[in-house]
Structure formats: structure tokens, C-alpha cells
Ligand binder design. Structure first.
Ligand SMILES: Cc1cc2nc3c(=O)[nH]c(=O)nc-3n(C[C@H](O)[C@H](O)[C@H](O)COP(=O)(O)OP(=O)(O)OC[C@H]3O[C@@H](n4cnc5c(N)ncnc54)[C@H](O)[C@@H]3O)c2cc1C
Length: 426
């Protein structure tokens, strides 16, 4: 029987180690030296690098990459189980070499890069010797790629890029930027003349590219292939976000349950009030629905491809935003006034729910994708009645019993009576 919801013991051991490591090593680092894991400061690196080394020694570095590319080759299902732990801790993804936006960019490089491009950019990215960003969205509109204008013109042995991008996460500190142009995906070193990072927004950068010249071999994948590469990149990124969201909503749920058992109001612990119980029960069901959707999608990717799983990935994308919104709100509410402060993770989690509904494509666009793809396996019914119109189906079914009904008038009368009785119900 192939349906199995258990984890093999050897991998469970790895998960247990990761849980313990995150709790005893990563969480204290996050609390005392926030941002150290991302920093290039030598003192911060001296704190974070030994943790990264422990992860490497354990064979858990760059979890999302296949074995031939230097990752452990676990596949997406195991990655989902690991991300259910990592997603709880702010810098766990970077300590494990699986942080966005680098992961998606690495997947794109792994899938489309030449050997030379992989040598130059993929392996240094894997080792966090360099960091990257992804420049796709433009100020005039992000949801519709047909509105994008950034273009690369060929001039001798170089491409000359002109355009303007908006909300390039970590663009200001990236060494290389993957720039989506109308005619291809280009790798642009940030220090290249003509790359101008604006002052605002601080984290997700507004960048102007003015006569930016890169050599011909900085085109990634085929000319005019940017949309295909973007789908490859964003598909992976979306499912990884959904995996980490499962971790976040479980954290919110744990906080909600602990609090429900710890406070009293009107003569009983608040866990005994039915509306609190409803919040817990709804959250429990929603978290598990999301989790199963994410695991099923990961399993589908492992058994086919990101492309084959695109409808499921799109469903994960808006479902994770919705469950994050619902569960973090309920947890914050049950925490009372403390929940509205930044003294617990809940306020940040609640604030991140609208962000989750926008990043990697707004929910509306993903819902359209799901509806369109799902509808491809349906057809309109012929004639006036839907396929499930019972009188028509019954007439059809009676043909199967035609000789029996003709031979037995009592049975025929019984069938007529039963049909009328059923119809009278409405
Ligand atoms: C935290 C974060 C990180 C990001 N990182 C990056 C990054 O690294 N690189 C990058 O290139 N981009 C990045 N983005 C940008 C992101 O991809 C865009 O914000 C997103 O694609 C939406 O584009 P927009 O903001 O221009 O919104 P718009 O396209 O203007 O959409 C705004 C609203 O219009 C409505 N709408 C739009 N289209 C439709 C439709 N087809 N049907 C129904 N309603 C619709 C929706 O209500 C939507 O929310 C990031 C965004 C966030 C929030």
C-alpha cells in the first residue's frame, strides 16, 4: 500500500537532530545576535559559520538541491518535513543553506546554467560566498509580465540592459542580480556601472538599470526564454514558502493552545470557553489541511516535476496565505493585549499574512491558474440538463433493467413509486 503518512526511522532521527539543533543553537543566536547568520561582519560570521559547518557535517546543507549539485538529494517531500521545523526560526534557512531568494536562483542556475555559469555562480552561491537577488517586478505593474519593459539589446560581444525594477528583495546587498528582461534572463553583477539601487524601499529594492553592459555569456538559458525560467524559479520558491508557512502556523497554534490553558476568565480557564475551543478546532483542521496539501504537492514534484505540479503549487500559494491569516489572527486574539505587541512572534506573523498573499504573485492570479487548469478536464454538458440531473440519469439506468421491469409489473410499479417519492422531497 503506497499511501503512508509515517516517516522512516533514519530520517526521523535527522528531523529530531534538526529540531534540537534549531532550539539549542539557532534560536539563542537569533535572540542575542539577530541578523548574524546573514552578516558579512567577521565577528558575526565567527558565530554563524561553525553552525553552518555542523549542518554540512551532518549532510543537511543546501537541502533543496539534488545530490549531483552538492545537496543531499532528499527531494521535496523530505524538504517539506525539514522546513516544517526550519520555518519556525528566523535564520534557520540561511544556516541550512536554503534561504530565499538564493534558493530559487540556484534552482534556475542548476536547471539552465552552462557548466561555466554553474562554476562561476552556482557553487559560490551554494557555499554562501556570494549572495543573489531576483529582479522581475516593475514599478508599473507586477502581476502581468506582459507589462514589463526592461530589455537587453545586443551590441557586439555585450548585452546592454535598460529598464527599471521594483521590490527586488535583498538587491542592495546582492553580488549578482538575476534580471528578467523581455528577451531573456540575465545575470548582472550588482557592481556593474549603470546599476542604481534607490534609497527606498530599504529591503526590497527599487533598481534602475541604465545602459548596463554584460558579456554575452551572462544570458541564462535561451534568448526569449525568460518566462519559462521565471516559472521554474518561482514554482520552487512558492512551495518552499508554503512549507515554511506550515512551521509558522504550527508555532502560532502552539502559542494559542498554551495560552488557552494558562489564563482564566469568568470562572474558568479560557480553554473551557466554547469560542476559544472553536478557534482551536478550526485552526487544527486548517493547519492539517494546509500541511497535507503541501506534502501532497511535494510528493507530486518528486514523482513528476515542478511544471506538472503547477496547479497544486498555485493552490498551496494562496492557501498558505489564508491559513496564516486565519490562524495568526486567532492566536493573536487569544493572547489578548500581549498579542498586539512585538514581545511575541504573533504580531509579526499576523502582519506577514497580507505580504504572503502578494509575494511570488498575488493570490488572485494563482486562483485564476487553478481554476483554468482544473477546468481543462471538464466539458460543458450537452443539452439542457446537467450530467447529474437525476430524472435523466434514472431513465438511462432503467434501460439496464428494461427486461426485468417489462417482465414484472409489481417491480415496475415499485420503481415508479420510489421515483415519485424521491422527487416529492423537493
Ligand atoms: C515581501 C515581498 C518580496 C518580493 N520580492 C520580490 C523579488 O525579490 N523580486 C521581484 O521581482 N519581485 C518581488 N516582489 C514583488 C511581487 O512579485 C509583486 O508585488 C507581485 O507580483 C504583485 O505585483 P504588484 O505589487 O505590482 O501588484 P499589482 O500587480 O499592482 O496588483 C495589485 C492588486 O491588483 C489586483 N490584481 C492584479 N492582477 C489581478 C488579476 N489578474 N486578477 C484580479 N486581481 C488582480 C489584486 O488585488 C492585487 O493584489 C516581492 C513582493 C513582496 C511583497
Amino acid at each position: 500500500m503506497a499511501w503512508d503518512f509515517s516517516t522512516e526511522p533514519e530520517f526521523q532521527e535527522q528531523l529530531d537532530w534538526v529540531e534540537e539543533f534549531c532550539r539549542t543553537e539557532i534560536e539563542p543566536l537569533d535572540l542575542v545576535f539577530p541578523g548574524a547568520a546573514y552578516s558579512r561582519d567577521p565577528k558575526a560570521k565567527a558565530l554563524a559559520d561553525p553552525l553552518k559547518q555542523q549542518v554540512k557535517d551532518r549532510g543537511l546543507w543546501a537541502l533543496f538541491l539534488d545530490r549531483e549539485l552538492g545537496g543531499p538529494g532528499f527531494g521535496q517531500l523530505k524538504l517539506a518535513l525539514l522546513n516544517e521545523i526550519l520555518g519556525r526560526y528566523r535564520s534557520a534557512p540561511v544556516i541550512f543553506g536554503t534561504a530565499a531568494p538564493d534558493t530559487g536562483n540556484m534552482e534556475m542556475l542548476a536547471a539552465y546554467g552552462t557548466d561555466e555559469q554553474k562554476r562561476r555562480w552556482l557553487y559560490p552561491l551554494m557555499n554562501q560566498e556570494i549572495f543573489s537577488a531576483y529582479s522581475m517586478t516593475e514599478p508599473q505593474g507586477g502581476s502581468d509580465p506582459s507589462l514589463f519593459q526592461t530589455h537587453a539589446a545586443r551590441d557586439g560581444q555585450e548585452w546592454v540592459i535598460n529598464g527599471e525594477k521594483w521590490f527586488t528583495s535583498a538587491g542592495a546587498r546582492a553580488d549578482i542580480i538575476f534580471v528578467m528582461c523581455t528577451n531573456g534572463m540575465f545575470v548582472v553583477p550588482r557592481e556593474t556601472p549603470g546599476v542604481e539601487v534607490m534609497e527606498y524601499p530599504a529591503l526590497h529594492n527599487h533598481i534602475r538599470y541604465t545602459d548596463v553592459r554584460v558579456p554575452l555569456d551572462h544570458l541564462l538559458g535561451p534568448e526569449d526564454g525568460a518566462k519559462v525560467l521565471a516559472q521554474r524559479r518561482l514554482g520552487g520558491g512558492r512551495i518552499h514558502h508554503a512549507m515554511r508557512t506550515v512551521a509558522q502556523v504550527k508555532l502560532a497554534f502552539d502559542m494559542m493552545c498554551e495560552r488557552a490553558l494558562s489564563r482564566e476568565s469568568h470562572g474558568k480557564v479560557i480553554a473551557d470557553h466554547q469560542m476559544v475551543q472553536e478557534a482551536i478546532a478550526e485552526s487544527y483542521a486548517e493547519i492539517n489541511m494546509l500541511r497535507l496539501l503541501v506534502l501532497w504537492t511535494a510528493w507530486t514534484i518528486d514523482n513528476s516535476s515542478t511544471r506538472e505540479a503547477r496547479t497544486q503549487i498555485a493552490a498551496c500559494k494562496y492557501t498558505c496565505a489564508k491559513v496564516l491569516r486565519e490562524v495568526s489572527y486567532r492566536a493573536l486574539h487569544i493572547m489578548g493585549s500581549l498579542g498586539t505587541t512585538n514581545l511575541t512572534p504573533l504580531q509579526g506573523m499576523w502582519a506577514s499574512a497580507p505580504t504572503m498573499a502578494i509575494l511570488d504573485g498575488v493570490d488572485e492570479v494563482h486562483k485564476v491558474t487553478v481554476a483554468r487548469n482544473v477546468l481543462k478536464s471538464y466539458e460543458p454538458h450537452p443539452g439542457l440538463w446537467p450530467t447529474e440531473y437525476i430524472p435523466a440519469k434514472r431513465e438511462e439506468a432503467r434501460k439496464k433493467y428494461a427486461s426485468l421491469l417489462a417482465a414484472d409489473p409489481d417491480l415496475s410499479a415499485w420503481a415508479d413509486h420510489a421515483a415519485r417519492a424521491t422527487a416529492r422531497g423537493h
